[in-house]
Design a protein around this ligand. Structure first.
Ligand code: C2O
Ligand code: CU
Ligand code: CU
Length: 454
């Protein structure tokens, strides 16, 4: 495979960082005709713990990163500039795009080295809440803050006049804001290494003001390495409008929704009268206070369901079934070879080794382009795994552990402990696509594979 578009920044007269100048250093909408955003990844000290600095890594001058926006069906053109001291890439989680834009180093592109840039240019076929992150040294790179929202707006107005993006991340920091280990082997072998400081948009337990009486669209994104958030909004009148970037028939949020790493949920929330507040919580823990402030607008009504995305409907009658077992790999960490990664987890008996670039050449399954497949996902372990596929969207059909009243399209399915779920897709995007658990510790210790579409 030949790789393109990676460029050495120094070789480009027009984009010298000096020319960008002081405050304009972190560019937002670019003036350039050749791209919509210039997005810089660079170290940035941020204040997560009051009075202390945390040496984060930021996209566009913030961590979590700058919110990128595009309109459904349009091109998104991002010039990505790497000002970190190490190589990285950007993966566009949930976006159905060509392989060469998928951001997996050595599979879809070469890593973007320090001082280089790479132009990501692709169409966004689906409206919804997506996100972006590196696909190398993920534990540390995501852990230090390289995660950001990507919002694709519907082409027509939706009936929501107000919206907020709430990016959830729990940081691996101590009381002085210093980073603690992103991965501890004994945790990686269990549920993954959790951070301890919960934040919404980079702030611990913030107050978010919402206009009284309006129905506001809340886009909740789990950009965390490890945690599944058990989201609840006691006393709030909230309905689910979309899951992981695809609309569902609006239904009440109910008691709790489990949002695994990488997953997103869009809620319509009827904001209570001015002066009242709601608690957005993870189980019993408050993530944010949603506080209602007076609004002069007439009260809003519940918008209709969001328009469906153009995802191909799998043909279940002709679909071939493929089985994937997710399980513990046993105590194979004993006798680690030089440079090899820990291997605690495996898919169908194979543990992915992040230190071995040749893994990409051994896809775990080969799908025929245009055909429908049912993937049976079997979790043989006591821990949950948010199972994610690149390049294609799949439909959740059924589970032996939960009632699925309405199948939905997603890119990530939270596979509960000992659960077997059935999902289906049309293999309509040629390429080699990563298929992995989005608990970063699991993905980096074996729970990853490649699925090829030919
Ligand atoms: Cu969020 Cu391999 O992806
Ligand atoms: Cu992805
Ligand atoms: Cu997992």
């Amino acid at each position: 495979m030949t790789f393109s578009r990676r460029q050495i920044l120094a070789g480009l007269g027009g984009v010298s960082l000096l020319a960008l100048g002081g405050a304009g250093y972190w560019l937002r909408r670019s003036q350039s005709a050749s791209h919509d955003y210039e997005l810089i990844a660079a170290p940035l000290d941020i204040e997560l713990v009051p009075g202390h600095q945390t040496p984060a890594w930021a996209y566009g001058g913030q961590a979590p990163g700058l919110e990128l926006r595009a309109r459904q069906g349009d091109w998104l053109r991002v010039r990505f500039i790497n000002q970190l001291a190490e190589a990285t890439t950007i993966h566009w989680h949930g976006i159905r795009l060509p392989l060469e834009m998928d951001g997996v180093p050595y599979l879809s592109q070469l890593p973007v080295l320090p001082g280089e840039y790479f132009d990501y240019v692709f169409r966004v076929p689906d409206a919804g809440s997506f996100w972006y992150h590196p696909h190398s040294a993920s534990g540390e790179q995501l852990g230090r803050g390289l995660v950001g929202p990507l919002i694709v707006e519907e082409r027509q107005p939706t009936g929501f006049r107000h919206e907020r993006t709430l990016s959830l991340k729990s940081w691996h920091v101590d009381g002085q804001g210093a980073f603690t280990a992103f991965s501890v082997p004994r945790e990686a072998a269990r549920g993954g290494t959790p951070g301890v400081l919960s934040t919404v948009n980079g702030v611990h337990a913030p107050t978010v003001e919402l206009p009284a009486g309006q129905v506001v669209r809340l886009r909740l994104l789990n950009l965390d390495n490890t945690l599944t958030y058990r989201l609840n909004l006691p006393g709030g009148e909230a309905r689910i409008y979309a899951l992981d970037g695809n609309p569902v028939t609006p239904r009440p949020l109910g008691k709790e929704y489990w949002l695994g790493p990488g997953m997103r949920i869009e809620l319509g929330l009827r904001v209570p009268p001015a002066g009242q507040a709601l608690s957005l919580r993870n189980g019993p823990l408050r993530l944010a206070t949603l506080s209602s402030v007076a609004s002069s607008e007439p009260a809003g009504d519940w918008p209709a369901a969001l328009p469906a995305n153009p995802v191909a409907e799998p043909d279940l009658a002709s679909a071939e079934t493929l089985r994937f077992n997710f399980e513990w790999a046993g105590a194979v960490s004993v006798g680690l070879e030089q440079g090899a990664a820990h291997s605690f987890w495996q898919i169908n008996g194979q543990a992915w080794d992040i230190a071995d670039k040749n893994c990409y050449e051994r896809p775990i399954a080969t799908l025929q382009r245009g055909r429908s497949y049912i993937l049976e996902l079997r979790n043989l372990s006591q821990y949950q795994h948010p199972i994610h596929l690149h390049g294609m969207t799949f439909k959740v059909l059924g589970s032996n552990r939960r009632r699925i009243a309405e199948p939905w399209f997603t890119d990530t399915y939270l596979l509960g402990r000992n659960e077997t779920a059935r999902v289906a897709l049309v293999a309509d995007n040629p390429g080699v696509w990563m298929f992995h658990c989005h608990v970063i510790d699991h993905m980096e210790t074996g729970l990853m594979a490649a699925i090829e579409v030919v």
